[in-house]
Design a binder for this molecule. Sequence first.
Ligand code: ACM
Ligand code: ZN
Length: 515
Amino acid sequence: MSTPTIFPQPRQVEMADGRFRLDEATAIVADDRDLGELLAAYLRPATGCDLPVQAPDATDAEQVNAIILRLDGRSTADDAYDLKVSAASVDIAAPTVDGLRHGVQTLRQLLPPEIMSRDKVDGVDWEIPAVHISDAPAFGWRGLLLDVARHMFSVAEIKSFIDLMAFYKFNTLHWHLTDDQGWRIEIKKYPRLTEISAFRAETALPTNRNRFDGVAYGGFYTQDEVKDIVSYAARRGITIVPEIEMPGHAVAALSAYPHLGCRGAGYQVRRTWGIAEDIYCAGKDEVFNFLQDVLSEVLQLFPSTFVHIGGDEAPKARWKACPDCQARIRTESLADEDELQSWFVGQMDSWLTARGRRLLGWDEILEGGLAPNATVMSWRGSEGGIEAANAGHDVVMTPTTYCYLDYYQSEDRESEPPALPAYLPLEKVYQFDVVPGDIAPDKRQHILGGQGNIWTEYIPSFQHLQYMAYPRAIAIAEVLWHHPADRDYTQFRARLKRHLPYLDTLNVSYRRLDD
Ligand code: ACM
Ligand code: ZN
């Protein structure tokens, strides 16, 4: 019996003799009823079996023909699980429901790829090889960023994106909800954010940023839709971290509430990509009232401990010319505009900290001094992350060099759909070094993990999103879960080739492997 192909690769896999056969008489015996129901729902469409979900038998009698989801205290790592398949049963044990969830995803990959079908598949033996798997992740932050500001996706599509994340044991969806080109979350106190900021007049053509398509674009997620997505994700073990951008990438918001900018007028939801000079004014108190009102509603919707406040790509030209910003620099005894940005972020840091949340921001928040409780998301290479970790701050690594899944997947750009003009092949993603050597040994625990980022300037459809995300996201998942010391891309690719039928069955429009 050859070792099964599982992504991300489990820590320890020992094959045994025999096989478990799933049939109509198989029961799911679950300590966590909801997860038992989810497993039954995963297995139902393809097998046609409606497996009953039962509570464990108080007598502790040996279960036969059962899939057992058992909470036990043996392991200390929250995400760890142990999966034993014998001819009699499938026994998944973990200290937490999150651990059990990972075992359930591994179980799906132990079944034949047809298990992913949404329709009943006849003539397949639903057999699982006898095996003992002991598994736990290397990192606690295993994420993908989804930008819905540049292009948005339906609630059903986002759920489908979350489904696939769960399949690969990701646990964090960083949801980029606001930017210059659109504001995508309903905020009840500020209705103009969804009346005005959520729509742009037209969009620059992917092939020529000075020409436009002439088609109005926009939309937003209602608070009810957000709640629905957040709870859908939670049920699959995924925390959604909202990002509300400040002080930059704010033109959409300024278009609806121009008094929040330094110039006070003349803003229009952007139709082109890149960096805008117009940002929130740091001198006007109304800006902080507005942002804290917005975040108050955001906190109601997102239980996530981390809240991302952006912080990247905020040019300082407007602040230099603004009397209010300059007055703030004087009254707060700041040296310059970089320190003004630090002061801005510091306001949000203490506000979030007082509410039991933790501020997360792009690595530009290091410039001018890092706020005391801030966590840094390192994107311009790993240097910002190294600096922050060495200074004792937590870090999420997402360097462009390995993690930007909006980059081209081939050097032959003509053969690919338009993308951000840079190149990041699967092989390079698989080399992602999450904990670079220059982090002091006693600071390495500050690297919480990493994520792949999918910015959507050039990604107008869900099929296109899948094409950019997969299979590169599988390489990210593998690195964050398994963190192999020696990485052999040829082997990774060979395993991936055996695994891709799962995505084929799901009709995921992933990019095919190069020959
Ligand atoms: C970023 O890519 N501007 C964080
Ligand atoms: Zn100003």
